[in-house]
Design a protein around this ligand. Structure first.
Ligand SMILES: [Zn+2]
Length: 237
């Protein structure tokens, strides 16, 4: 095979490896994405519940304070009952007592209800907190694994780029620049094998006269359809 063709093939082989590694590095694994999504959803829920929890606590405190105040008022009203001077005053105090008792009763229910809510919310937030911690741990593990895998790939990439520089320097400038142009527009593939009179880059049949030339592997030929460089190997090779 013509040395120039051989050199182009070597360069293509390196470029294929570089292409694969760069794609690998660019992709965030699906399991990380999925887990991150789950974490974000649960974390949002956690924050909503935490806000609700704070609000409920404040409301409970406020209701308890109000309850205590009403109780004090009730005690005072009850004391007043023994000092009333006439029926009218008596009626008024009784009415006051009645209102206060109703209010206290309502507040009691409210505080109980808020306590229940608080208990539920606390349990829910604690459960979520546990789930989030687990997901985070798993995420960190996966990210670390990805980083470890990337580390090897980055090393390989550095080595390949050095190899590429040498391989490229072995190719005549005119072919190298053509190679680069084709590679850019043809999905990284600039030199391909011809099989059964067909370009394996674009899968178009090549003209018989060109096929005869390509089969010799003694000159640089391009596919008339996709412009890729062509070479020939026997079936078994
Ligand atoms: Zn082609």
């Amino acid at each position: 095979m013509l040395q120039e063709l051989e050199n182009l093939r070597v360069l293509q082989k390196i470029d294929n490896q570089i292409f694969d590694i760069e794609n690998f590095l660019a992709v965030v694994p699906g399991n990380i994405l999925k887990l991150q999504e789950e974490f974000d959803t649960k974390n949002q829920k956690f924050e909503e519940l935490s806000t609700l929890l704070v609000q409920t606590k404040e409301e409970k405190l406020k209701s308890e304070k109000e309850y205590e105040e009403k109780k004090k008022l009730l005690t005072n009203a009850q004391k007043k009952l023994s000092t009333v001077k006439n029926n009218k005053e008596y009626e008024a105090v009784l009415k006051e007592l009645d209102t206060l008792k109703k209010e206290i009763n309502t507040l009691e229910y409210k505080v109980l209800e808020l306590s229940d809510n608080l208990e539920n919310l606390t349990k829910q937030t604690e459960d979520l907190k546990g789930e989030l911690a687990k997901i985070e741990e798993e995420l960190n593990k996966l990210k670390q694994e990805k980083n470890e895998a990337d580390k090897d790939k980055i090393e390989q990439l550095t080595k390949l780029k050095e190899e590429r520089q040498i391989a490229a320097s072995n190719i005549k400038r005119q072919y190298l620049s053509k190679y680069e142009t084709i590679r850019k527009v043809r999905n990284n593939l600039a030199i391909v094998r011809v099989e059964q009179e067909t370009c394996t880059g674009c899968y178009m049949k090549i003209p018989p006269q060109l096929y005869v030339e390509v089969k010799k592997n003694t000159s640089i030929q391009q596919c008339p359809n996709c412009q890729r460089f062509l070479y020939f190997l026997e079936e078994s090779e």
